[in-house]
Design a protein around this ligand. Structure first.
Ligand SMILES: [Zn+2]
Length: 670
């Protein structure tokens, strides 16, 4: 019998036949799919014909279909509906897949053929998309070190291995420091803490085997403690322990590790022919170089710092009225800021919740897509991997565009957070395939299911990613949908969040679950005002971290990263009562792996773009302006990575993004 993962899927829109797949099918299917992919790669690398775009790049794009099918299903269920068998499979598959793909990028015969096509690129009469796919494929090999030979290739291998070890050590040290510290709370130490913090602290105490409540260094416990505890002495102890993670001396200290990582990254970049690591890292991003990143961050820094300084003055006054003398400290900020928040925006979650019904918010996200892009959504009855999942056939003008699956409720078998993935990506080569896209969230079940305002934003955010996949209209899968630069990928998702705040959308869909009445304007105003509260602080703690990350990698690696960090903050004039969001010894984004190294800026980069892009609608005459919606689809939502991100944005907006809309949105505009 054929493995159901590898058979032809004779289902509506070739959705995986979940009702016939069992966990025992995954390993044999993966074995077969990897073998098939290897055979395809060998055939491409060993082809006796002269290399052409089609027999090298086109063939690489067409290879691995079975692998796509197996992994599309496996990663969906492993993330959204795991069990011990699937967890064991994941541990088995991860290293096998890593080895498989690194073997391909180290295949010298294959690289020789890719390089041969690259060398004749100007005489090949390629389409723009083909030229782009060729460039990306060639660059991917070069960046992985495929062009290096002899001692250099050996050194590159050594560096990669050492960096992997150091990244893991960094993470483990950080976890050890977070695990090892806790502070016991006696009854008298609970002053000011609301019930939910006391409850969490008691649960944490049980976990630690302590007698009563404890404060740990978990963000979800220490942040509310710093917000609510009236015991300044305890806040100081807790804050200092939190800030010292990874810098406590002894065998869990991360400072030397950070220095070695920075040195090895610089060496790696130089081996590959780049001036420094930031140049290597930013080459593939929309920002493209350190100077553009620095320019953007500094435009945000100055107004954010000014706002933070003004806020610090208010908070210091409040502290003095409390009879506390001396300067406002880092362990005071959250406490007085929370008090001020309660005075300014007393927003009651319980009053808000009945207005955000899950089903109505799904309808709202579909309705906006229908008004903007002409999409229709019809419920689709197909077997999926869990009874909570729902599917829709997405059409336009009667034509099938995509299948959209929503898996909204939290359960023990689902990892935390929310995400969007494509079980199948859009492509036209080697044949037309329409996307199957899934949004996974962790909302609480209920009758009716009610969301918080943040949940509703998450729903719109993930649906924005889904639109990027569903409206994709490219030929080659490697540049389809969300296969774009890291600092560009959050644009469609963050942009879509803006439609939730459009008054006519809330008016129509944020209706009370019992009375059916739309949300009152006063409540709506409160929600929107609360969203920009304390942005000076939040922007300063973030931008300081992003700038330190950038400076570490732009230029020679600092011998003493802590000294360099202090120097950078000093030059910036960091407000004394605000700490970095992530200081070097616990900056996991940057040191646990390569993902966000000299890339921590990208969150803000995307936010600048989404604010600027939504402003295009407002300037044109409203959130549903047809011309702007069409330009958005044509230049951003349908194009994937088939063109350079900066070029795409410019085609949409007529210029590159400016920071004005972001500063306005964050309440930081002068
Ligand atoms: Zn996202």
């Amino acid at each position: 019998m054929t493995n159901p993962l590898l058979a032809e899927w004779d289902t509506p829109f070739q959705i995986a036949p979940f009702d016939t797949i069992s966990d025992d099918d995954f390993t044999p299917a993966l074995d077969q799919a990897l073998a098939a992919h290897n055979a395809e790669i060998d055939a491409i690398a060993g082809n006796a014909d002269a290399p052409t775009f089609d027999n090298v790049i086109g063939a690489l794009e067409a290879a691995g279909r079975d692998l796509d099918k197996v992994l599309g299903v496996f990663f969906t269920v492993a993330g959204a509906d795991s069990n011990p068998a699937r967890e064991a499979l994941q541990r088995e598959f991860s290293p096998r897949l890593a080895a498989h793909f690194s073997e391909i990028s180290a295949n010298t015969a294959l690289f020789a053929r890719v390089a041969a096509v690259w060398d004749q690129r100007d005489s090949l009469d390629l389409t723009d998309e083909q030229a782009r796919v060729l460039m990306l494929t060639h660059r991917g090999f070069v960046r992985a070190g495929a062009a290096l030979t002899g001692a250099e290739a050996a050194r590159m291998k050594e560096i990669k291995g050492r960096l992997a070890v150091l990244g893991t050590e960094f993470t483990q040290n950080l976890l050890a420091d977070e695990r090892d510290w806790h502070m016991d709370l006696a009854e008298t130490d609970m002053a000011g803490l609301p019930d939910f913090v006391i409850r969490t602290a008691r649960e944490a105490g049980k976990e630690k085997g302590a007698d009563g409540a404890v404060i740990t260094l978990s963000r979800s416990l220490i942040v509310p403690f710093l917000q609510f505890s009236t015991r300044r002495d305890l806040r100081e102890i807790a804050y200092k322990a939190w800030a010292a993670r990874g810098a406590n001396g002894g065998k869990t200290d991360n400072r030397d590790i950070a220095a070695e990582i920075l040195k090895l990254r610089e060496e790696r970049a130089k081996l590959l022919g780049y001036e420094n690591f930031a140049a290597y890292k930013l080459e593939t991003e929309m920002a493209s170089d350190a100077a553009s990143v620095r320019a953007l961050l500094m435009q945000v820094w100055e107004p954010a710092k000014a706002q933070a300084e003004a806020d610090a003055w208010v908070l210091a006054q409040m502290m003095q009225q409390d009879g506390v003398n001396g300067a406002l400290q880092a362990w005071d900020w959250r406490f007085y800021s929370e008090r001020r928040r309660q005075q300014l925006h007393d927003l009651d979650e319980a009053e808000l919740k009945p207005y955000f019904q899950l089903d109505r918010m799904i309808e709202a996200s579909f309705d906006c897509a229908s008004r903007l892009f002409g999409l229709s959504f019809e419920p689709l009855d197909v077997p999926l991997y869990h009874p909570d999942c729902r599917a829709w056939n997405v059409t336009r003008g009667g034509e099938h565009i995509a299948v959209f699956i929503g898996d909204y409720f939290a359960r023990g078998s689902k990892r935390s957070g929310a995400w969007c993935s494509a079980m199948r990506s859009q492509a036209k080569h080697p044949q037309v395939q329409t996307p199957v896209v899934i949004n996974v969230c962790n909302f609480a079940k209920g009758d009716p299911a009610l969301l918080s305002y943040d949940d509703a934003r998450t729903l719109f955010h993930e649906f924005g990613h889904a639109l990027h996949q569903m409206l994709s209209d490219v030929t080659y899968e490697s540049v389809s949908g969300t296969s774009v630069a890291r600092d560009f990928v959050e644009l469609p998702s963050q942009l879509y969040e803006h439609w939730l705040d459009v008054p006519e959308v809330l008016g129509a869909f944020a209706t009370h679950s019992e009375t059916g009445q739309p949300m009152p304007q006063v409540l709506l105003d409160k929600v929107l005002a609360a969203a920009t509260y304390d942005m000076g602080f939040q922007t300063v703690e973030y931008v300081a971290s992003a700038l330190v990350d950038l400076e570490f990698h732009d230029g020679a690696a600092p011998a003493d990263p802590m000294a360099r960090q202090a120097e950078i903050l000093d030059e910036l004039g960091m407000p004394p009562a605000i700490g970095m969001r992530h200081a070097t010894p616990h900056f996991a984004h940057v040191f646990s792996g390569d993902g966000y190294s000299s890339g921590y800026y990208s969150y803000m980069w995307s936010e600048v773009m989404d604010a600027d892009a939504f402003a295009a609608f407002e300037e044109a005459g409203g959130a549903f302006d047809e011309t702007v919606a069409k330009a958005l689809e044509e230049n951003i939502l349908s194009t994937g990575g088939s063109r350079d991100a900066a070029e795409l944005y410019t085609a949409f907006r007529g210029r590159l993004p400016g920071v004005e809309a972001l500063l306005k949105g964050r309440g930081l505009a002068a």
